[in-house]
Design a protein around this ligand. Structure first.
Ligand SMILES: [Fe+2]
Ligand SMILES: [Fe+2]
Length: 424
């Protein structure tokens, strides 16, 4: 034992290093290669290999080899009988010569003999085979002592843990990828359903065809202009698409009346925000503001809106965004009793009503978006597609927008740029 002491100390040093190597999970392949190197170095082993076990394929696949040459198989099959025996054996060294009764050692007898494989250690972690350690002869030519076998098994445990950790990580990654895909699918289904719903709402109203879909798109454009996050933009668009869902319960003849409706009919129609809220509140939305947008999209900053006559800060922000998109679409489309208004007229309306009906910063964001497209500062043609080319090319529209922007935010740097480009 005394003469073995330096060897023992060396082996334990290697074991400690190995533990550190395993803890450092950065490069799995490198960890395994280093482990094999440390193990062979510590005990003076000529050759060997570390394999990872694939339970599904029943294969030992080599991760690292040292001195085994090109002919040694890189993938070794394991049969049910071998698997059972390895599990019974546990993480203990198996003498390759003595284990000839097992199919594994019969099938690969020639390769093992050629490369002097003396020991095989099944790496078993938490009752599961995760890999295998193949070890050739020692440099001294002596047989392995029992204490050396113990050291090998201790090191084998470290390597097994590294493989097991790697397997777990791969499994977690696979699950999270699966979850991500499922979530993506759900999200797409939700978005498609929302759009289908918007189309259904619009079908009821033959005069304002496509209103909900357009409001969804305008709301999205405003949210983009405000530089909201992708989720917030999607949420805003959803709120826009569904804002008039309450109209589904309003009589068709009131919605489609080719004249200005009377007070009674108007009261009936004005229920649609509250009804919409009731409908949407029952659904679990990924975006919490959607029911609120439906309820308050007819409120005004000055408190003259409905259903609750809320004032500025009492109105949920998303409802202000939808209100602007909704009003803009109402002004820019033909109604049964009213033709669409000229573009310049609409800009003037937005300017005059900023602070009364609309939140000024939203009007600024909206007009800024239109102006950018008008001046071809963006490749987007969204407004053109929604409003028609001719409408967007109305004479004097760009200076009118610039003027409105100057008036709404005379001191901001944004206005400075707008004013400059307007004077070109
Ligand atoms: Fe509405
Ligand atoms: Fe609407």
């Amino acid at each position: 034992m005394i003469e073995q002491s330096p060897k023992l100390i060396h082996a334990f040093g290697a074991l400690a290093e190995l533990g550190q190597e395993v803890a450092n999970k950065n490069n799995f392949q490198e960890t395994i290669r280093t482990s094999l190197h440390l193990l062979s170095g510590a005990l003076g082993i000529m050759r060997g290999g570390v394999a990872r076990y694939s339970r599904y394929a029943r294969e030992m696949n080599m991760l690292a080899i040292r001195g085994l040459g090109d002919e040694f198989p890189l993938s070794l099959s394991v049969c049910v009988e071998d698997e059972r025996q390895f599990l019974t054996n546990g993480l203990n060294a198996i003498d390759a010569h003595a284990a000839r009764v097992l199919p594994f050692f019969q099938v690969y007898a020639a390769s093992f003999e050629r490369r002097h494989i003396e020991l095989f250690i099944p790496l078993i972690i938490r009752d599961e085979i995760v890999g295998g350690l193949f070890l050739g002869e020692k440099a001294t030519g002596e047989p392995y002592s029992s204490y050396e076998k113990e050291i090998i098994c201790a090191m084998g445990r470290h390597i097994g843990v590294a493989i097991s950790q790697r397997n777990l990580l791969a499994e977690i990654e696979r699950h999270s990828e699966e979850n991500r895909r499922l979530f993506e699918d759900l999200r797409r289904t939700y978005a498609d359903t929302v759009k289908a719903f918007a189309t259904a709402i619009d079908c009821k109203d033959k005069y304002t065809e496509g209103h909900s879909v357009r409001v969804g798109k305008y709301t999205e454009l405003i949210a983009r202009e405000l530089e909201w996050s992708p989720e917030q933009i999607e949420g805003a668009a959803t709120a826009g698409y569904l804002h008039d869902v309450g109209k589904l319960t309003v009589e068709r003849k009131i919605i489609n009346a080719p004249y200005r409706i009377n007070a009674k009919e108007s009261a009936e129609l004005n229920k649609h925000p509250s009804v919409g809220y009731e409908i949407l509140q029952a659904i679990h939305h990924p975006f919490t503001d959607v029911p609120l947008a439906a309820k308050y999209h007819h409120e005004r900053l000055d408190g003259r809106g409905y259903p609750d006559g809320l004032y500025d800060r009492e109105i949920p922000y998303i409802a202000k965004v939808v209100n602007l998109a909704d009003s803009f679409d109402a002004m820019t489309t033909d109604r049964p009793y009213k033709a669409r208004r000229a573009a310049i007229d609409v800009v003037d309306d937005l300017r005059r009503n900023a602070g009364k009906q609309f939140a000024p910063e939203l009007v600024i964001a909206f007009l800024r978006g239109v102006l950018r497209e008008l001046k071809s500062e963006t490749k987007d043609r969204r407004f053109r597609r929604l409003l028609g080319r001719e409408y967007m090319e109305a004479e004097g529209l760009a200076p009118a927008i610039t003027g409105a922007l100057n008036e709404l935010a005379p001191t901001s740097s944004l206005t400075y740029i707008a004013a400059r480009s307007g004077s070109e």
